[in-house]
Design a protein around this ligand. Structure first.
Ligand code: 6PG
Length: 620
């Protein structure tokens, strides 16, 4: 905006080109009647202008549904500007090109074929109501510098938005701010329950001094540069859909929503497709590492549209953990919900790793070790089987409350938020035998039947654990054996999903981004980065095959002794059962086929008929 001759069209065009958005000259939108009046040398009155300003307002609204635009218009009076920005006030940025009367007159006189009587210009200056809300730019400076200045002012808006300030959302905000990003933070307002959450959070941490805090969605969205990048850190499930609907009216074409929660990968695919129809990109992203990881560097698993990912990569890759070579533990995983799929499998593997540690600790306890001694044993295992979960479990066994260990005071009912459940469902749907994940999940479910366990414990006599004849090294070997089988199954599930869904996932890269920041980081994972460069199947790698062969005797001994003495070790046992199954050349499935054919005429194939033809027998 500005009086005639201030350079609106030149600057507007340059700015539009620089921002890669459309340019519109307001004068091109006058109705026939106005054009006639002006060409007769008559001045327009406010009534004449009203319809024209509304046309420009409609144009702006329409453009905002796609992206943005630059419109030039003198817009001298406040009421004109109100009409121009009607319903889009928060999205409108006014740039006032301002100069002195003499300056503008001189410019106008220098323009070829453009004459404006001084009187008319004077009346424009008299009409001009200087806007408070506008960026005021002195026209003395060069057009290039004007553009630079406008861009700088526009940049004052935030680069990245974080929606939902729970534990993970807050940590990610601090991580982004610590890395120098200008962010906007949003948390909803719920009377008496969630009040000024964002504002109070900002006040709490000095690194958030430059961050913007909101509890109003429109203001939050409008504080962001376009295309907007908004990361949702809200509860997975229906809430994501509600939040998307709340955001949509305020978004523009090409804006990007990132879902950083543990969402179901199928839902992510649906949301992706839905938002595509609205011109919005949706990036489903696994984030692992808990509160501390989110703050100091999580492992991040984004998926969806690759071009949209490029626009958020600088943020996610900067805040992520780094691998041993300094590369970000964040990589574009693949299309659709593949990022959330691998995060789901990550959690399945996590369930098993946790269960295995719980089982070996129980065996150590049965051997008479107290929590300090267990911690000591686990600590010694660091040298050969280091992992984040081993480290935290060691620390857990060291923690005392008064004279007793805290771990002994915790109710033995394991919770879950559903990802282990989904992994088990996904493996059943895809026809992949992820038996350890199912076993770890069902162990949690068994733990939930506390009352029944107490009752049955009285009815069923238990073996005497003092009969256990095991060394800690045998237990360590059994543990390492089961961990390899666990990782075999987890990555098998990912590989099969990738094939079936045409995702083209890179297993080595997935293992690499799981070497730091995430819950299942370990030295084994480091080894797998190399292994997956050669093969997509762990049990084709000679070194790992040899390790499994080496540790299997210990695993058999540990599991059989536990069975003989009634110590529950479902995951350790399942690791052996699975290996026995997958390494059996001729399984008992022939009998199953015969039974199916017997009662249901389901037919079977014969070993002595290479054609693969179906056979049926009248078994009576
Ligand atoms: C992670 C964790 C994280 C979380 C899960 C645990 O990678 O940071 O897996 O996602 O701890 O919610 O799931 P359960 O509550 O089901 O154990």
């Amino acid at each position: 905006m500005g009086v005639s001759g201030c350079g609106k069209s030149t600057i507007g065009k340059l700015l539009a080109r620089e921002l890669d958005i459309p340019f519109f000259d307001g004068d091109d939108f006058h109705p026939e009647s106005n054009i006639k009046k002006m060409s007769n040398g008559q001045a327009l009155n406010d009534e004449d202008r009203q319809g024209w300003l509304q046309t420009l307002n409609n144009l702006a609204i329409k453009q905002l549904t796609k992206n943005s635009c630059v419109i030039v218009c003198s817009a001298l009076k406040q009421k004109y500007r109100e009409t121009l920005s009607h319903t889009i006030k928060e999205k409108t940025k006014w740039v006032h090109l301002s100069g002195s009367f003499e300056q503008v007159l001189k410019r106008l006189n220098n323009r070829e074929g453009h004459f404006m009587p001084a009187e008319l210009l004077k009346s424009q200056f008299e009409t001009l109501e200087t806007p408070d809300e506008a960026m005021k730019i002195d026209i003395k400076i060069t057009p290039e510098n004007i553009i630079k200045k406008i861009k700088q002012e526009l940049m004052k808006t935030s680069e990245f938005g974080l929606f939902g300030l729970g534990v993970m959302g807050k940590s990610l905000c601090r991580n982004l701010a610590n890395n120098g990003f200008k962010i906007s933070m949003f948390n909803r307002h719920v009377n008496d329950v969630e009040v000024d959450v964002a504002k109070n959070f900002k006040a709490e941490y000095p690194e958030l001094a430059q961050a913007e805090a909101y509890d109003d969605i429109a203001a939050f969205v409008n504080s962001l540069q376009q295309p907007r990048r908004i990361m949702l850190m809200v509860n997975a499930g229906k809430t994501i859909d509600y939040v998307i609907e709340d955001l949509l009216p305020h978004l523009s074409k090409n804006d990007i929503i990132i879902d950083g929660g543990n969402s179901n990968y199928k839902k992510t695919k649906q949301r992706n497709e839905y938002l595509k129809t609205k011109g919005i990109h949706f990036i489903g992203t696994g984030v692992s590492g808990g509160e501390e990881g989110a703050l100091k560097g999580p492992s991040i698993m984004p998926s969806g549209d690759k071009e949209a990912y490029k626009k958020i990569a600088p943020f996610l890759e900067t805040i992520s953990a780094k691998d041993k070579n300094g590369l970000p533990c964040c990589t574009y995983v693949g299309p659709e919900g593949s990022g959330q799929f691998i995060k789901m499998v990550h959690n399945g593997v996590e369930y098993v790793e946790m269960q295995l540690l719980a089982e070996v600790a129980t065996i150590l306890e049965s051997l008479g070790q107290n929590p300090d001694a267990i911690a000591n044993t686990l600590n010694n295992w660091k040298a050969t089987a280091d992992s984040y979960l081993l480290e935290i479990t060691t620390a857990i066994f060291q923690k005392k409350e008064g004279d007793d260990w805290l771990v002994n005071k915790i109710l033995d009912k394991a919770g879950n938020k559903g990802t282990g459940n989904w992994t088990t469902i996904a493996s059943a749907e895809l026809g992949v035998p992820s038996t350890l994940i199912a076993s770890a999940l069902f162990s949690r479910y068994i733990s939930f039947y506390k009352e029944e366990r107490l009752q049955l414990n009285k009815l069923f006599e238990k073996g005497n654990t003092s009969q256990l004849n095991l060394t800690t090294n045998e237990i360590l070997e059994a543990y390492q054996f089961a961990r390899i089988i666990n990782h075999y199954q987890g990555f098998k599930l990912i590989a099969e999903a990738s094939n079936k869904m045409d995702w083209d996932l890179n297993l080595s890269e997935i293992a690499r981004i799981w070497t730091n920041g995430c819950i299942i980081r370990s030295t084994l994972m480091e080894e797998l980065v190399v292994v997956f460069k050669q093969t997509s199947n762990i049990l084709t790698n000679t070194e790992l095959i040899n390790t499994v062969i080496k540790y299997k005797p210990a695993a058999k001994k540990v599991v059989s002794q536990c069975i003989l003495n009634d110590v529950a070790t479902p995951a350790l046992a399942e690791a052996i059962q699975f290996l026995n199954g997958i390494t059996t050349a001729y399984t008992s499935a022939n009998i199953i086929q015969a039974q199916r054919d017997y009662f249901g005429a389901h037919t079977y194939q014969r070993l002595d008929d290479a054609s693969g033809k179906s056979h049926h027998t009248n078994w009576n």
